[in-house]
Design a protein around this ligand. Structure first.
Ligand SMILES: Cc1cc2nc3c(=O)[nH]c(=O)nc-3n(C[C@H](O)[C@H](O)[C@H](O)COP(=O)(O)O)c2cc1C
Length: 250
């Protein structure tokens, strides 16, 4: 089995790893696969794990599905969500033909809608074990096509242009390293690391929150954000997120 995954704060990666342990599957990061240019994959079973964004696919996941050929006896998606995945099976059906789509409730990492309370890790192990049984049985389900088109460009692709760094920024570059689309440029006019950021955004933001949520000192923020708290799945390390998402040498 091969499992492709996209993650910003580790929830999808935790699910992918639990499935990987159960099935002895090979795990492949979608940003790294896109970077590699490899387009054809085959196995007995192929799964794709990613978060729902606005009842839709992360744009990078749509682009992945539209650029690769996946050949397997059984194909499935597992979609992490923060409480309401909408008709994600129906949107996915417009991007790719899969044999089943499963959903898993997780903590919502969408910072602009988070309450000012400490994040809670939601235990997904029982839910993923149940899904694993269905995958073993090759359970199939059809989803009626949605009226929504799968995102190819994130509707909030300019969002990060409003992000700011507080003066406690150490210019460690974590924000740039966890960005799955290399949405950062080095600010050559300001390279001195005196507590002022060296990095600037461009307009390819996926809205994934990886940069905001994974900053080791919570320096990066959205003006008027509703919470001071940050979230990364406690079973996933920063190094794992960087390994999954780092696509540039910044
Ligand atoms: C841009 C964006 C939009 C989101 N939209 C939804 C949504 O429509 N419904 C929902 O239940 N969760 C939504 N979420 C929450 C994520 O799907 C959820 O927190 C997921 O577990 C994050 O996965 P990750 O840790 O692998 O990045 C959204 C998150 C982001 C960043």
């Amino acid at each position: 089995m091969k499992i492709f995954y996209f993650t910003a704060t580790g929830n999808s990666l935790e699910i992918a790893k639990l499935l990987g342990d159960t099935f002895g599957a090979e795990l492949l990061s979608i940003p790294q696969v896109i970077k590699s240019g490899q387009q054809e994959f085959s196995d007995d079973k192929i799964g794709v794990v990613f978060p729902v964004y606005a009842y839709n696919l992360p744009a990078i996941v749509t682009r992945f599905f539209r650029s690769v050929k996946l050949t397997a006896e059984y194909t499935f998606a597992v979609v992490a969500h923060g409480g309401d995945p909408g008709n994600i099976g129906g949107v996915l059906a417009k991007a790719v033909k899969l044999d089943n789509v499963y959903t898993v409730r997780t903590w919502s990492n969408y910072l602009p809608f988070c309450d000012d309370v400490p994040p809670v890790h939601i235990d997904v192990s029982a839910g993923v074990a149940k899904i694993s049984e269905e995958i073993k049985a090759e359970a199939r389900k059809e989803f009626g096509m949605s009226n929504e088109e799968p995102f190819e460009i994130a509707p909030w692709h300019n969002m990060a242009l409003d992000y700011k760094w507080r003066s406690n920024c150490t210019a460690c570059g974590t924000c740039a390293k966890v960005c799955p689309v290399g949405n950062f440029t080095l600010d050559a006019d300001n390279p001195d690391k005196n507590g002022v950021p060296m990095f600037r955004f461009t307009d390819h933001c996926e809205g994934c929150m990886a940069c905001l949520q994974n900053c080791p000192v919570s320096a990066l923020y959205i003006p008027n954000e509703p919470t001071k708290y940050r979230y990364r799945n406690p079973n996933i390390t920063l190094e794992e997120i960087i390994a999954a998402n780092k696509v540039t040498e910044i």
